[in-house]
Design a protein around this ligand. Structure first.
Ligand code: KPL
Length: 334
């Protein structure tokens, strides 16, 4: 009998369940998925595809107290960035040495630290797949059984130290076969920073003003986003992060002339356009009264600004606002 290819998903929110249900239903039959949460979720789960089709999948569900006896082939950490390290610390003692770990967090905070700390290969993933948990109609509480795959995207996977190319390639193949197009890359650090730059330009402003991404195109928000992009571009140039589209051709050289500003502008406005109807994840967190990922997204930019003696007044103002909101425990201060 083939040994099951066991994937543990720690943090079964929308992204975790999307990955888990896709792997459980679309990868090889030997794939076995366990969703590990604070509560044990129902085993029967439903995924609503971007075309509105429903797909039923059976997964194992567990808590840290009821982990499966069989060790995992791979662990996916899909918690929010601000709890990733605590979640890893709680699970790590239950894992055999050498278990591969995949970090799916936004920003660039926990990734370098966990890459050092984890006893096994560590991959980082960045994805533009969109997913949310459907609300129960009666009580408006996020569903325990239904996740909506709202928008198709792409997933990039790689290790910060450039190693584990084979594991990254195998995972990318599995995810692609399961309906989540993925690629192994050797420059995941650049890719994580690029996603962070997009999130920094969109999420805090959308959260601050309680608007959907598309509204950022209009006045008075557009110039505010432009000034954030300018701050981000300057910091990333100092940090040695390539602007999107850089790669040695003529257009890339053109886009480098202004310190990459044009490349960052093009990327951010393209994402705003493509996600015009979305509520940014940070706005969703603010509306739900949850902490936001501002530390993981704005924190590394502000730290880099400080290291390069640059000022970033707009980023600092947004970080202060998000921080103050959390300290005040307020969900509706926007
Ligand atoms: O990643 C996102 C997020 O909301 O966190 C974007 C790309 C901004 C889409 O909303």
């Amino acid at each position: 009998m083939t040994r099951p290819d066991a994937h543990w998903i720690l943090g079964p929110g929308a992204l975790g369940r999307l990955i888990g249900l896709r792997l459980a239903s679309g990868a090889a039959p030997s794939t076995r998925v366990t969703l590990i949460g604070r509560r044990r979720l129902p085993s029967e789960q439903t995924l609503v595809s971007p075309r509105g089709e429903t797909l039923c999948a059976r997964v194992d569900a567990a808590t840290l107290e009821t982990l499966p006896a069989m060790s995992p082939a791979m662990v996916h950490l899909t918690t929010k960035a601000y709890v990733a390290e605590a979640a890893h610390a709680a699970l790590a003692p239950h894992l055999p040495a050498g278990t591969p770990l995949v970090l799916w967090q936004n920003g660039f905070g926990c990734q370098p630290r966990l890459s050092q700390r984890h006893d096994g290969p560590v991959l980082c993933a960045t994805t533009t797949e969109g997913a949310y948990l459907e609300d129960n109609l009666e009580d408006k509480v996020a569903s325990d059984t239904r996740v909506v795959h709202a928008g198709r995207g792409e997933t990039l996977i790689g290790a910060l130290n450039g190693r584990h190319v084979e594991i990254a390639g195998e995972l990318a193949t599995k995810l692609t076969a399961a309906g989540l197009p993925a690629r192994a890359v050797t420059d995941i650090r650049q890719r994580l920073w690029q996603k962070l730059a997009v999130n920094a330009a969109i999420n805090p402003r959308a959260a601050r003003f309680g608007i959907r991404n598309g509204q950022l195109r209009d006045r008075p928000f557009r110039p505010m986003v432009e000034s954030i992009i300018a701050e981000v571009a300057e910091i990333l140039a100092a940090e040695g992060i390539d602007p999107p589209g850089a790669g040695g051709n003529e257009r890339a050289e053109e886009s480098q002339k202004d310190g990459g500003l044009e490349g960052w502008r093009t990327l951010v406005w393209r994402v705003v356009e493509g996600t015009a109807g979305n509520r940014a994840s940070m706005l969703q967190d603010v509306m739900a009264g949850r902490p936001t990922e501002h530390d993981a997204i704005l924190g590394p930019l502000l730290a880099a600004a400080q290291a390069h003696t640059l000022t970033a007044p707009r980023l600092a103002e947004l970080a202060n606002w998000l921080q103050a909101r959390e300290l005040a425990g307020s969900a509706d201060s926007c």
